[in-house]
Design a protein around this ligand. Structure first.
Ligand SMILES: [Zn+2]
Length: 734
C-alpha cells in the first residue's frame, strides 16, 4: 500500500489523500492572514536535512501555516503569470518549481502527523483545508495567463535548448493545463464546467448512496443457528451490531468487496448464499440506494467529456500520462492474462466441488461457497504455524539485517542511526542513509507500531522533497501498523509484516534515489501504473536465499529459519490465486469496458452491460465473480481510479518481470542493483515510462514472470489431491 504520497509533491497539484477519520471533529479556529515569525514553518527548518522540528511544532501551528502558504503561493503564481517579460523556461516553469515552499513545508509535515498520529484538532484542520486546497489547484490550472506562458514555451520549444528533464517538465505542465481544459474554445469550456459540476455531484451522490446501501444491505438473521461456524466473539459482535440498529437477533455488516469475511466460516450453505446475495445486490434493490441510474449517467457523461477533448472514450482521455498510455494497451494486458488465469480458476473450482461432494453437499456449489471450502483446503495443505514462524522475525533484525542489508548488497548504501532528530512518536527510529561514495544521501524514518491515532495500513511519504533546484535532499518515512510488543518482550512480527516492510522500503528507495532538478518530477511523483512497481519488486528480496537466512534467525536460539518453513511459505503463495488474482483482473476489465464507451452510445442497462463485459473477458466469471460489481465499484465511480484499476496488477507484473531480469543476470549483485537504480529508481518522472523500462530491461515487460509468481502458468506443480472426506467443521475461527 502506498498512501499520502502527494501526487506531484511539488509546488503544484498538491493533493491530500488522508482519509476521513471517524473521530468527532471540532471547527478549526480562524487563521490570521500573515504568518508570525514564531511559527515553526515560517522559515525552512534549521535541523539537518531541513527535517521539520517536531519538538517545536504544535497542532495549532498547521492551520495558519497552510493558510498563509496558500496565500503566498497565490501571490507567487500571480506574479509569474502577470509578468511582462517574454516567457522563458526559468521565469515561468523554473519560477513555478521554486514557488509554494511555505505551503509545501507545512503540508508535508501536516499530512505525516495527520496520517500517523492524528487527533481532533488535526482532523479539523484537514476538514477545513481539503476543499481550499482543491480550489487552490484550480486557481493554478485554470489561470489563462499562466497557460499562455506555458503554451508560448511549447510553441518555441525548438529555440529554448532545453535539457531532457526540462523538456519533460514542459510537457507535463502543458498536458496538465490542456487536460484541465485550458486550450478549449470558450463555448466548450462552458460545457466542460457544467459537465465537471454534474460529474462531481454524481460522484458524491454515488458514494453517499453506496454507503447507505451497504449499511442497509447488511444480513439480518434472528436465529443464531443460521450463524453456525462463526466464533463466539463474531456472534457476539453480530448481536451487538443488531442491538446498535435496534433490531432483534444478529446483523452481519457488509464490507466493500463482493466476498465477505464470514463466508469462510459459516457452515450453512443457505446462510452463505443469503450473505453473498446481500453483498452483490446491495446497490441494486430499486429503492433510494440503487446506484445504477447514477453510474449510467456518469459513464455517458465521461464519454462526452472525453469527446470534448477529441478522445474516442474516457479511458484514452484519462490514461494519457500513464505508462500504458491508452485503453488498448491496458486492455491487451488483461486479455493476454485471461487464458492462463481462467484455466487456474477452473482447476480451483474443480477442487472445491470435489471437496463439497466428498462432504456430502447436496447443493450446487456457488461463489458463495468458495471461501468456505478454500479455507479447509488451505488448512490441510498449507497450514503454517504463524506463531512459530514469528519467532524468526524480530522487527529490528528484519529491518537492519534484512531490509537494509538487501539495499546495501544491491545499491551500496549504508545506514547510521541517529537519536538527535525529533519525531512525532517515541516509537520511531531515524537513520542517515549514506551513499556508496560516503556522501549523505537521505534521511529515513520508520514508525512501525499500531496506535489508536494512526490510520490503518502502511505507507511511505516525504517530509522534504528532493530537488537540485532547491538544494534539498529527501527526508522519507515509512509507517506500518504492526502489533507493538509488551514491555520487555521481543518485537516479533508476522510474515505479512515482513513483506510489508520490504514493500514500503521499496517506495522509500524510489524516494531516496531521486535525482531531479525539478520537484514536480522527483522521486515517487510518477504515474499510478508505475508507483507500485518499485515497492512490489522489493518484496521479492524478503525470500531471496542470500537475504532470508541473514535476517530470519530465531530470536532466542539464534538458529536460522528451517528450510521446511521456507518451502511452506513459497508454496502457500500460489494457493487460490486463480480466485484472488482473477477477481481483481475481472474488476479491471469491467472498469475498462465502462470507460471504453463512445460519446454516441446510449445510456446503458447496467446489468446487461456488466454481464456482457464479464462474458467477453475470457475469465471464469461464473465461479469467480468480479471483486466489485459495477453498482458498488467505488474506486472507479468516485475515488479517482476510473480506467485505472488495472494499475494494481500491472505494477505487480512490472515488479515480477524486473525480478526475473535480475535472476537472469546473476540475481543479487551490486552491478544489477546499480543498473536498476540508475535507470529506474533515480529517474522519477523524467522519461516516458515504457521507454525507461525498455532501456533498463532491453525489451518490453513480459507477463510470464507474473503468471509464474502466482502459479498461474498452465504447467505448474500439481497440488496434492483434495483432502479425504471430513465432516464440515462447525467451530471454526475460535
Ligand atoms: Zn505500495
Amino acid at each position: 500500500m502506498i498512501r499520502n504520497i502527494l501526487l506531484a509533491t511539488a509546488a503544484l497539484a498538491i493533493v491530500t489523500t488522508v482519509p476521513a477519520g471517524s473521530a468527532p471533529r471540532r471547527a478549526a479556529p480562524a487563521a490570521p492572514a500573515t504568518l508570525p515569525a514564531s511559527n515553526p514553518f515560517a522559515q525552512p527548518s534549521t535541523l539537518p536535512w531541513q527535517t521539520p522540528d517536531f519538538s517545536r511544532i504544535k497542532d495549532s501551528d498547521y492551520l495558519p501555516a497552510i493558510m498563509a502558504g496558500m496565500a503566498e503561493h497565490k501571490r507567487e503564481v500571480t506574479a509569474i503569470a502577470n509578468q511582462s517579460a517574454t516567457p522563458t523556461f526559468d521565469n515561468t516553469l523554473g519560477a513555478l518549481e521554486k514557488s509554494g515552499l511555505l505551503l509545501e513545508r507545512a503540508l508535508l509535515a501536516f499530512n505525516a502527523v495527520n496520517g500517523a498520529n492524528t487527533n481532533d484538532a488535526l482532523q479539523a484542520v484537514d476538514t477545513r483545508t481539503s476543499p481550499l486546497l482543491a480550489a487552490h489547484n484550480d486557481f493554478i490550472y485554470l489561470n489563462a495567463k499562466l497557460f499562455g506562458r506555458v503554451r508560448y514555451l511549447r510553441d518555441h520549444q525548438a529555440e529554448l535548448n532545453l535539457n531532457p528533464e526540462q523538456a519533460r517538465l514542459l510537457d507535463v505542465y502543458y498536458k496538465q493545463f490542456q487536460h484541465a481544459g485550458a486550450e478549449l474554445p470558450a463555448a466548450r469550456q462552458v460545457q466542460l464546467k457544467a459537465m465537471n459540476q454534474r460529474l462531481s455531484t454524481l460522484q458524491t451522490d454515488f458514494s453517499q448512496r453506496l454507503l447507505e446501501a451497504a449499511n442497509a444491505g447488511a444480513l439480518h438473521v434472528t436465529d443464531a443457528s443460521a450463524l453456525a461456524g462463526l466464533s463466539e466473539q463474531q456472534i457476539a459482535a453480530a448481536a451487538e451490531t443488531a442491538k446498535g440498529r435496534k433490531l432483534p437477533g444478529y446483523v452481519l455488516p457488509l464490507q466493500n468487496t463482493t466476498q465477505q469475511p464470514s463466508l469462510e466460516s459459516l457452515t450453512s450453505h443457505a446462510t452463505r448464499q443469503q450473505l453473498f446475495e446481500a453483498s452483490i445486490n446491495r446497490a441494486e434493490r430499486g429503492g433510494a440506494n440503487d446506484t445504477r441510474n447514477i453510474i449510467r449517467e456518469i459513464a455517458q457523461l465521461r464519454a462526452k467529456k472525453a469527446a470534448l477533448f477529441g478522445y474516442t472514450n474516457w479511458a484514452d482521455y484519462t490514461l494519457y500520462d500513464q505508462m500504458a498510455q491508452n485503453r488498448q494497451t491496458a486492455l491487451g494486458f488483461l486479455t493476454r492474462l485471461a487464458p492462463a488465469v481462467s484455466a487456474k480458476q477452473h482447476r480451483e473450482a474443480e477442487d472445491i466441488r470435489a471437496l463439497a461432494r466428498s462432504q456430502g453437499a447436496t447443493f450446487e456449489v456457488t461463489p458463495a461457497d468458495w471461501n468456505f471450502y478454500t479455507e479447509q483446503i488451505r488448512q490441510q495443505r498449507y497450514a503454517i504455524d504463524s506463531d512459530k514462524l514469528k519467532e524468526y522475525f524480530e522487527f529490528n533484525r528484519v529491518l537492519e539485517d534484512g531490509v537494509f542489508y538487501a539495499a546495501t548488497q544491491l545499491y551500496g548504501i549504508t545506514f547510521r542511526e541517529r537519536k538527535d532528530i525529533p519525531t512525532w512518536s517515541p516509537d520511531m527510529r531515524v537513520f542517515d542513509v549514506i551513499d556508496a561514495d560516503g556522501k549523505e544521501l537521505a534521511l529515513f524514518m520508520i514508525d512501525p507500531w499500531k496506535r489508536d491515532n494512526k490510520n490503518g495500513g502502511a505507507w511511505m511519504s516525504n517530509l522534504v522533497n528532493q530537488s537540485y533546484l532547491r538544494g534539498t535532499k529527501p527526508v522519507i518515512f515509512n509507517v506500518e501498523n504492526f502489533t507493538k510488543p509488551a514491555p520487555g518482550q521481543p518485537a516479533l512480527i508476522s510474515w505479512d509484516d515482513v513483506t510489508t516492510m520490504f514493500h514500503e522500503f521499496g517506495h522509500a528507495l524510489h524516494g531516496m534515489f531521486a535525482a531531479q532538478a525539478y520537484p514536480t518530477l522527483s522521486g515517487t511523483s510518477v504515474a499510478r501504473d508505475f508507483v507500485e512497481f518499485p515497492s512490489q519488486f522489493n518484496e521479492n528480496w524478503a525470500l531471496d536465499p542470500k537475504i532470508l537466512p541473514h535476517y530470519a534467525v530465531h530470536y532466542r536460539t539464534g538458529q536460522r529459519i528451517p528450510q521446511d518453513l521456507v518451502d511452506k511459505l513459497l508454496r502457500a503463495r500460489t494457493f487460490n490465486q486463480g480466485y484472488e488474482v482473477g477477481e481483481v483482473l475481472e474488476a479491471a476489465r469491467l472498469d475498462l469496458d465502462w470507460h471504453s464507451l463512445p460519446a454516441s452510445a446510449p445510456m446503458q442497462d447496467v446489468d446487461k452491460f456488466e454481464a456482457t463485459a464479464l462474458a467477453n473477458s475470457g475469465f471464469d466469471t461464473a465461479d469467480v465473480p468480479s471483486r466489485y460489481r459495477s453498482s458498488y465499484f467505488l474506486h472507479i465511480w468516485s475515488n479517482g481510479y476510473s480506467a485505472g484499476y488495472y494499475a494494481y496488477p500491472w505494477t505487480r507484473m512490472l515488479g515480477q518481470d524486473t525480478f526475473a531480469w535480475f535472476q537472469q543476470h546473476g540475481g543479487l549483485t551490486r552491478a544489477n542493483g546499480q543498473r536498476y537504480r540508475d535507470m529506474i529508481l533515480s529517474r522519477g518522472n523524467t522519461q516516458d515510462y515504457a521507454e525507461m523500462y525498455r532501456a533498463f530491461a532491453g525489451r518490453d515487460p513480459d507477463i510470464q514472470p507474473y503468471l509464474d509468481y502466482y502459479g498461474l502458468s498452465g504447467a505448474t506443480t500439481a497440488p496434492p489431491p483434495p483432502p479425504p472426506a471430513t465432516p464440515a467443521p462447525t467451530e471454526r475461527g475460535k
